[in-house]
Design a protein around this ligand. Structure first.
Ligand SMILES: Cc1ncc(COP(=O)(O)O)c(C=O)c1O
Length: 387
């Protein structure tokens, strides 16, 4: 039973706990195969086998060939490698790139760096529900457009983009298509054998794997320039000694995800609906993102006349977020919510609830009453601000 004193973790979009099966696999690798997979001796070959097995597990989750996966330290690195590597490789053909205003910092700041190097970036706005209309995307592509990067599932709102439609447009214009899949891989079905995607970033810690390890899917024949230089590992595209235990953990997390994504999604949808039904009649409440079709693990709401940071404190022991964890120390209103047309005040009142495999109905019940009470308390404390 959950009591008022227990912390209630509703921040699964920031990170997820390690699945016990993943922890067990990592412990086994640490004690029996923790060698350098690039070494030519027997022990090295043992670790190389562990890495190969993890690639097979991740490849099965994404329906790709294991040789199309590069190991990285996480989605930040994968995004950097895909966008910098793709743009630089095709620089001689043109310097125009396309992305959205609602991307994660780990994409936005890569494009900003390229802007300083003379690339021209089209920053596309979404509709009010967070989606990018296909016509707007196609209209932004030019003869010199080389690469587009679009976030699959938005980390703040749960908005899901039409990756199939956007990718098809990229294919017909010979534009390299990168997808930041940090919030989608391992959480919703992603079939890269059938999606027109050239590059996809992912990270283990968003789907119950360890932190500090991720991957970049690179479709066969996709040209990218390496962004790091060193040893000959991973075809020199991403050199460095591989963290065997972390990679084994990622592989196991992928395997677990393969077996329970559908069940997870049903569980999350039921809890998200419970949460929404419990708070939707709070006066001045506004839902940020899609009403339908969004990722069920995220519910983002703003509320009139209450400030998000104060709400966050008043909600303790609930662990929720006001925006992306990477930006949580910034006082700026969320650029994602601003791009959806929210005012600064509206954006500053937003709370992101993100749910996961371990979330229970009792925790949601507690979250509902905590949210309702906190809004009331803050309004009572500053009655002159209310209307
Ligand atoms: C959409 C998105 N992209 C990229 C990242 C960065 O991932 P990592 O922490 O693995 O570098 C995150 C994580 O916060 C994310 O949510």
């Amino acid at each position: 039973m959950v009591t008022n004193a227990d912390p209630v973790y509703l921040d699964y979009a920031a990170t997820t706990p390690l699945d016990p099966r993943v922890a067990e696999r990592m412990r086994a690798v640490q004690s029996s195969a923790y060698f350098n997979p690039a070494s030519n001796h027997f022990a090295g070959r043992l670790s190389a086998t562990v890495v190969d097995e993890a690639a097979v597990q991740l490849a099965a989750l994404l329906n790709v060939d294991p040789t199309s996966l590069l190991w990285t330290s996480g989605a930040t690195e994968s995004n950097n490698l895909a966008i910098l590597g793709g743009a630089k490789q095709r620089e001689h053909r043109g310097k125009h790139l396309v992305t959205m205003r609602t991307e994660h910092k780990a994409v936005v700041d890569v494009f900003r760096a390229l802007e300083k190097q003379g690339f021209e970036i089209a920053w596309l706005a979404p509709d009010a529900d967070g989606r990018l209309p296909l016509e707007r995307f196609e209209a932004a592509l030019r003869d010199d457009t080389q690469l587009a990067s679009i976030l699959h599932i938005n980390n703040e709102t749960g908005v899901v983009q039409d990756i199939e439609g956007l990718g098809a447009i990229c294919r017909s214009h010979d534009v390299l298509f990168h997808v930041d899949g940090a919030q989608s891989a391992g959480k919703v079905p992603v079939d890269l054998a059938h999606l027109p995607v050239d590059l996809m970033s992912l990270t283990a810690h968003k789907f119950y794997g360890p932190k500090g390890v991720g991957a970049l899917f690179v479709a066969d024949g996709t040209p990218i320039a390496p962004q790091m230089f060193g040893g000959g590992q991973q075809r020199r595209l991403r050199p460095g000694t591989l963290p065997v235990d972390l990679i084994a953990g990622l592989g196991e997390a992928a395997s677990v995800a393969s077996s329970c994504i559908d069940k997870d999604l049903l569980h999350l949808a039921a809890l998200r609906d419970q949460l929404w039904k419990g708070i939707r009649d709070v006066e001045g409440l506004q839902r940020n993102g899609q009403d339908r079709g969004g990722y069920p693990g995220i519910l983002n709401v703003g509320v009139q006349d209450v400030e998000g940071e104060s709400l966050l404190l008043a909600l303790e022991p609930l662990c929720v977020a006001t925006g992306s964890a990477c930006n949580s120390r910034s006082q700026e209103p969320s650029s994602v919510l601003r791009a959806l047309g929210r005012s600064d005040l509206e954006a500053q009142s937003a709370i992101r609830f993100s749910l996961g495999r371990q979330t229970t109905s009792a925790e949601i019940e507690l979250a509902v009453s905590a949210y309702r009470n906190a809004v009331k308390k803050l309004r009572d404390l500053a009655p002159e601000r209310v209307r």
